[in-house]
Write a protein that binds this ligand. Structure first.
Ligand SMILES: [Zn+2]
Length: 576
């Protein structure tokens, strides 16, 4: 025994000091990550159980027990951060600790007197920072509460409808006069934000408070552009290029705002009749399975709770982790509130499943097993597969019917160009000396969306994010450029999606999805693309829309039968 001890002493003594320190650092970090992993698991299970409105999680553990265990885990992690050894870590270990600390701070504090309201993740965000920021936050909350109330019960022709139902009906209602009444009724919601457009409306006061709070710092709009490596000026040029290209596909004459949804809704009207509520969930499974992403195997869970989930979202019910050589316990949850099927809900469901298969592919150490560092990137990759539904070839393969490419592309880009218009509006309305919001929006809508002026309405106030998440709409607007560029590259590397492609999910998982917070998104995108993101793929895709009543100077593709498979020869396989 003594001999063994002597040998051990000799061996340990021979280990260089640096290696001993690094082993010690490893064990400090491993302990913290273990506690962090427990806290996250309990927090996520609790959040999902509350959102489902059930008394226990999927495994039968009661909410009360999850709550008690979460509180203990939160405190244990808190104690762990206070150990002096944690502060001495350097390099990646230090970054891991900082990342876990930030996530811990964002988690409900059991020792705080009140816990924030239950909201979809992106609506959360507590007041912090300066007095000006707190005033912004409190006015935003007040406006948002009135907006949500004003938008939830709108009476049109004796029917009580909500904002999203009205927007849906604007795309499907044949009767123009009825569409006009539907649209004008939305004024009840818009007025909660901007009154009658008077210079001291609540939104005007909010703009002034934001200017004060953001003075000398980076605006949220600039920060989101920076996530893509863009200056705000360059991001604005991209938006303008997208909007101008869209405008070039529209007739010269302007349309009424209550007709614009209908004009862009032809594909949804024709294909929507084939899409019942059950069928969109079945299609969702089938489509991702043909891409090599079996959502059953990946452990994705769905909760469709109409009336309980106002905005669809995806969240971690549990992060995955290595157990020996096996990866276990991933449980992404998709929450939706659908009463009906239809093309728009299919689009959104495939988008949410896009988030789910993304996070299911993350293979990172516990500290970095989370959403990536860029919302723009995260939203963009959720659409990688989804946008295929606007290709007539996909429609034939999955729906047994298709609409003409032009109608499909209008449906694909209508929402995106509106987001671009809103992003441009937000860039400009926050500038010193900007015109009043209604006049600014009227100009943007007429010039780029081809909509007749109605400056008497604050109809730009159609999205909640404009109130409580300034700049967030540019996540979608700029994300669309990222998605188009990444889709083009994925098609080049792994083959086109079309009717299915089992190489697709393994390919994009390896190249884009697996990192979590291990690497910055900007670096991941750049490496995959081999260059910074460019707006060209999106602009080229938009140009596939033909302008009505005008002949192109370039040869137009010949239609092949009535299926709408009208691939220009040069495009097929080359880009999409
Ligand atoms: Zn999303």
């Amino acid at each position: 025994v003594r001999l063994v001890a002597a040998i051990l002493v000799a061996v340990l003594g021979a280990v260089p000091l640096g290696a001993q320190q690094s082993r010690a650092a490893d064990s400090v970090l491993a302990r913290l990550e273990q506690r962090y992993d427990s806290m996250r698991y309990l927090r996520d299970q609790l959040e999902v159980t509350k959102a489902r409105g059930t008394a226990a999680n999927r495994w039968g553990v009661s909410r009360a027990r999850l709550e008690a265990e979460y509180e203990a885990a939160w405190r244990a992690l808190n104690d762990g951060f206070e150990e002096p050894a944690a502060a001495r870590l350097v390099g990646e270990a230090a970054r891991a600790v900082q990342t876990m600390m930030a996530a811990h701070r964002r988690s409900p504090n059991p020792d705080a007197t009140s816990i924030g309201p239950e909201t979809a993740p992106y609506l959360a965000g507590a007041a912090s920072g300066s007095e000006a920021e707190r005033r912004v936050d409190s006015l935003q909350r007040a406006i948002y509460a009135d907006y949500a109330a004003g938008a939830s019960q709108i009476v049109v022709d004796g029917d009580t409808l909500d904002r999203l139902t009205i927007l849906g009906r604007l795309g499907t209602t044949e009767d123009r006069a009825h569409r006009e009444r539907l649209w004008r009724a939305l004024d009840q919601a818009w007025r909660t934000v901007n009154g009658h457009g008077e210079p001291d409306s609540r939104y005007a006061r909010l703009l002034a408070l934001r200017a004060e709070a953001w003075r000398g710092g980076v605006t949220p709009m600039a920060r989101l552009a920076e996530e893509l490596g863009l200056t705000i000026e360059r991001a604005e040029r991209w938006l303008l290029a997208g909007l101008e290209t869209w405008r070039s596909t529209l007739p010269d004459s302007l349309v009424e705002p209550w007709d614009v949804y209908y004009r862009n809704g032809a594909a949804a009207r024709r294909l929507g009749t084939r899409l019942s509520l059950d069928s969109i969930f079945a299609l969702n499974d089938r489509f991702y399975r043909t891409l090599g992403a079996d959502i059953g195997v990946l452990g994705v869970q769905y909760a469709n709770l109409p009336g309980r989930v106002p905005v669809a979202y995806t969240t971690f019910g549990a992060t995955g982790r290595w157990q020996g050589a096996a990866w276990v316990r991933m449980e992404p949850w998709v929450f939706t509130g659908y009463r009906i099927g239809g093309l728009d809900n299919l689009n959104e469901l495939l988008h949410e499943t896009g988030h789910a298969v993304h996070i299911a592919a993350i293979r990172a150490r516990p500290a970095f097993n989370d959403w990536p560092d860029s919302d723009v990137f995260t939203e963009a990759v959720a659409d990688l597969a989804m946008l295929e539904i606007y290709e007539p070839a996909w429609q034939m393969a999955f729906l047994g019917d298709s609409v003409a490419l032009e109608e499909s592309l209008r449906a694909k880009y209508a929402a995106i160009v509106f987001d671009m218009a809103w992003a441009l509006f937000e860039y400009r309305v926050h500038r010193a000396g900007a015109p009043p919001p209604n006049r600014l929006w009227t100009e943007i809508a007429a010039r780029y969306l081809g909509v007749k002026p109605h400056p008497e309405y604050s109809w730009w106030a159609a999205r909640g994010q404009l109130i409580n998440s300034p700049g967030y709409l540019s996540t979608y607007a700029l994300g669309a450029f990222v998605t188009a560029d990444l889709r083009a590259q994925a098609a080049r590397r792994f083959g086109r999606i079309a009717g299915g492609n089992p190489r697709w999910y393994p390919g994009v998982s390896r190249a884009l999805f697996r990192f979590g917070l291990t690497r910055p998104s900007a670096a991941v995108v750049r490496e995959f693309r081999g260059r910074p993101i460019s707006p060209d793929a999106l602009l080229a895709d938009l140009r596939r829309i033909r302008r009505p009543g005008r002949r192109r100077t370039t040869p137009t593709p010949r239609s092949r039968g009535r299926t709408g498979r009208t691939w220009p020869p040069g495009w097929r396989g080359a880009r999409w």
